[in-house]
Design a protein around this ligand. Structure first.
Ligand code: GLN
Length: 205
């Protein structure tokens, strides 16, 4: 069976995530059809979901306006995998420390927007990530830091002693942009390899 993998496409780096998803599904041996989520009614048919980076104030507003916000919450409540990156993580969080972001509260973390500085302070770093054998080339662009994690949230990676990747049940959140490197292991880890993914429909033999 082919999995439906939705990329939330109201704003942000959508095509990069769609490409990364295709690469990951190939590498992890799962057939996936990638669909873009722009309006209400697409998420309920998705097995997997990615919420890209971009501008969290804009993304959160559009998700509410389009009626997609509740659908993403229902997706996570149904224990289906969600990968939320950078601004996506800010929107997924419980608390973004900024009233202009209406968070979804699907990842029990508090984040601080732009904590790694401005656009010019963007950087790439080799990151040790729990579950990956070799460091992951993590690209940070005006990235949030995860300031606090709730009980039951697993910290998957830290940079300078601060969490930058977490797992909260079906949700994996990263401060960095895994879609901007050819390495698709974060997509694999979050969407195709998790225990939850094991419960997804098996690939056709
Ligand atoms: N700084 C952005 C925000 O707060 C996130 C940046 C990104 O997604 N690359 O929404």
């Amino acid at each position: 069976m082919t999995l439906r993998a939705g990329v939330v496409a109201v704003q942000g780096d959508v095509s990069e995530h769609a490409d990364a998803l295709r690469r990951a599904s190939e590498e992890y041996g799962r057939e996936a059809k990638v669909v873009e989520v722009r309006t209400e009614g697409t998420v309920p048919d998705c097995d997997l979901l990615v919420m890209p980076g971009g501008e969290s104030t804009t993304i959160s507003r559009l998700l509410r306006d389009e009626g997609i916000a509740e659908e993403i919450v229902a997706h996570v409540e149904a224990a289906k995998p969600l990968l939320a990156t950078c601004a996506g993580l800010i929107v997924a969080a419980t608390d973004a420390g900024d009233d202009r972001v209406e968070t979804l509260g699907v990842a029990d973390v508090t984040v601080e927007r732009n904590a790694f500085g401005r656009q010019k302070d963007s950087f790439e770093a080799p990151l040790d990530v729990a579950g990956l054998d070799d460091p992951f080339p993590a690209v940070f662009i005006r990235a949030p830091v995860i300031a606090d994690v709730g009980e039951g949230v697993e910290v998957l990676a830290e940079w300078n002693g601060r969490p930058v990747a977490v797992r909260d049940g079906p949700v994996v959140g990263t401060s960095f942009h895994p879609e901007l490197t050819p390495d698709s292991r974060i997509h694999g880890l979050a969407l195709f390899e998790s225990e939850l993914a094991e419960r997804l429909p098996a690939p056709d033999q």
